[in-house]
Design a protein around this ligand. Structure first.
Ligand code: ARG
Length: 459
């Protein structure tokens, strides 16, 4: 017999039963569901809708049920539709009459909205911790590579020299903005929908604030129709997750590039690389590629849920049940990627010599030479043209700007003097870029200190 079977003359068709059941995926909400039900039962007793004894039986029954589920002893039924009704059914089988009172003044519509909020609150905190762990790895590596030169790129063409520390801390910044988005998401999650009923609240004298406080919510929702149909919080989470994945994917892409023989900037630890079934020599960056690839499914979930929501009239519609797989798969995917990226990076070996060598090639000091001329009073546009011609000259000659004699340089501009030699090494080029936010070790040291203090505050 269905919990809602009173008004029906026929059994549900098996096809429908399988089709609309969410048990296979929403069973993962059992902890949140039980937590919510305990708080609800205590509140029902506090306002006199059930007796303290009944509340006690319900809470104890739910505790036992939790232990049963955790030990794999609970037998759920697809016929009982979803995790909410399965738990209610098992509870009533366990404790009898009192179990039938649990659903007083509650609907699965406000119940599921509550469970998903509780779930996301927990998971977002966990994701934030994993993200902080990855940020910490980046900061540790940056500290180690404060003076490791590398080429900076635009259009994937060598542009100007930077340091590896500076490059890695760029990702720290991306992830820090992601942290901010997660925090922001938590703010709007912090609202308890319970008491909104199916859509229009209840006639019974419940105490919504009591439940909200017990469950650790800052506030209660202000509109019952909105509370049962709102999934903005899930969309916000998926959007924040998409951005984290996008950042992880860009990092993954760089790791893939850097591991090529052509770049040769990085070697992954054997424990974080994989081989080929056919080509014995291969060592592949599969993990970084998978992270890049998995970004697609998270974007898909965001787009999927937005599309589910766009045509829904108020208030609850069963379409909303489609929110959960999107959220769960995103949580799993994101956590999996964060979990593996931290040790992958921490154990990777940056090839400092190769990075420095690459930084020295490709006229990456050309802008610095132009800026030298600016300091000698040459207008920048003129300096740009002069150095451009010098680069052409070098290309013909097959040498670098550093190889030119003062005499050769002066053929292009009389503004060149002895001190130009101080401007030509990439070390000098980087060291001079000490503008705040720049790659000079002096500036990066400040960025590092800032990053460290951000991480310390988070702990
Ligand atoms: N399994 C449902 C969901 O995930 C729970 C709410 C169902 N409510 C209803 N009236 N059918 O959305």
């Amino acid at each position: 017999m269905k919990l809602w079977g009173g008004r029906f003359r026929k059994e549900t068709d098996r096809l429908v039963e399988d089709f609309h059941s969410s048990l296979s995926f929403d069973r993962r909400l059992y902890r949140q569901d039980i937590r919510g039900s305990m708080a609800h039962a205590r509140m029902l007793a506090a306002v006199g809708l059930i007796s303290p004894e009944e509340a006690g039986e319900i809470v104890r029954g739910l505790e036992e049920l939790l232990a049963d589920i955790e030990a794999g002893r609970a037998s759920f039924e697809v016929g009982a539709e979803d995790i909410h009704m399965n738990i209610e059914k098992l509870l009533t089988e366990k404790i009898g009459e009192a179990g039938k009172k649990l659903h007083t003044a509650r609907s699965r519509n406000d119940q599921v909205a509550l469970d998903l909020r509780l779930y996301l609150k927990d998971e977002i905190r966990e994701i934030s911790r994993l993200l902080a762990r990855l940020q910490e790895v980046l900061v540790d590596l940056a500290e180690k590579h404060l003076f490791t030169l590398m080429p900076g790129y635009t259009h994937l063409q060598k542009a100007q020299p930077v340091t590896l520390a500076h490059h890695l801390l760029a990702y720290f910044e991306m992830f820090e903005r992601d942290q901010g988005r997660l925090e922001d998401c938590l703010k709007r999650l912090d609202v308890c929908p319970l008491g909104s009923g199916a859509l229009a609240g209840t006639t019974l004298p419940i105490d919504r604030r009591l439940v909200a406080t017990e469950l650790g919510f800052k506030d209660i929702s202000a509109n019952s129709l909105d509370a049962v149909s709102d999934r903005d919080f899930a969309v916000e989470f998926l959007a924040a997750a998409s951005l984290i994945m996008m950042h992880l994917s860009r990092l993954g892409e760089e790791i893939v590039l850097w591991c090529t023989e052509e770049f040769g900037f990085l070697e992954l630890d054997d424990a974080y690389s994989t081989g080929s079934s056919m080509m014995p020599q291969k060592k592949n960056p599969d993990v970084a590629e998978l992270v890049r690839g998995k970004t697609g499914r998270v974007y898909g979930h965001l787009m999927g849920l937005l599309t589910v929501l766009k045509g829904l009239p108020l208030a609850y519609n069963k379409d909303l049940q489609e929110d959960k797989e999107a959220v769960f798969d995103t949580v799993d995917t994101l956590k999996g990627c964060l979990l593996v990226m931290a040790p992958l990076l921490a154990t990777a070996r940056f090839k400092e010599e190769r990075l420095g060598e690459a930084a020295r090639q490709g006229f990456s000091n050309a802008t610095d030479v132009a800026e030298y001329l600016v300091m000698k009073g040459v207008p920048f546009r003129e300096a740009h043209r002069i150095v451009g011609s010098l680069v052409l000259y070098c290309l013909d000659k097959g040498c670098a700007l550093n190889d030119l004699s003062l005499e050769e340089l002066r053929r292009y501009s009389p503004a060149f003097e002895e001190d130009i030699s101080d401007y030509l090494t990439v070390e000098a080029c980087v060291k001079r870029r000490k503008v705040p936010g720049g790659p000079a070790p002096e500036a990066v040291r400040e960025a590092l200190a800032r990053a460290r203090s951000i991480l310390a505050r988070r702990e």
